[in-house]
Design a binder for this molecule. Structure first.
Ligand code: ZN
Length: 106
């Protein structure tokens, strides 16, 4: 079996494994997700940068630490600031005006 060195995959997989989350995704999934968001941050709507120091980050919509999965259906692309500020908050705790409690990602 061929094993690629995809940094997205291995980093998230390790973290997901640690908390016992199910699922996995790869860079292609991330690209699809970013396109679905129109290339904008899922939280603040800023244009996501695809390179450089402000490169977008992959966020777990429901944090792994709060029972979220590591499946593609639970990942969003966010700017570094939103990802950092959201931390392990639920989306509606982070931005109550944008997300209703218990809402799904899309
Ligand atoms: Zn943002």
């Amino acid at each position: 079996m061929l094993r690629g060195g995809d940094p997205y995959k291995s980093r998230h997989r390790r973290r997901a494994k640690k908390v016992g989350a199910v699922g996995s995704f790869d860079k292609g999934d991330v690209d699809i997700r970013r396109a679905k968001q129109g290339g904008l941050c899922h939280y603040c709507g800023e244009v996501l940068e695809i390179d450089g120091p402000r490169k977008f980050q992959v966020d777990h919509f429901i944090p792994l630490s709060r029972g979220g999965t590591n499946m593609m259906t639970n990942i969003v692309c966010a700017c570094p600031e939103c990802n950092r500020d959201k931390g392990s908050k639920m989306p509606w705790e982070y931005r109550p005006a944008r997300f209703a409690p218990g809402c799904r990602r899309d």
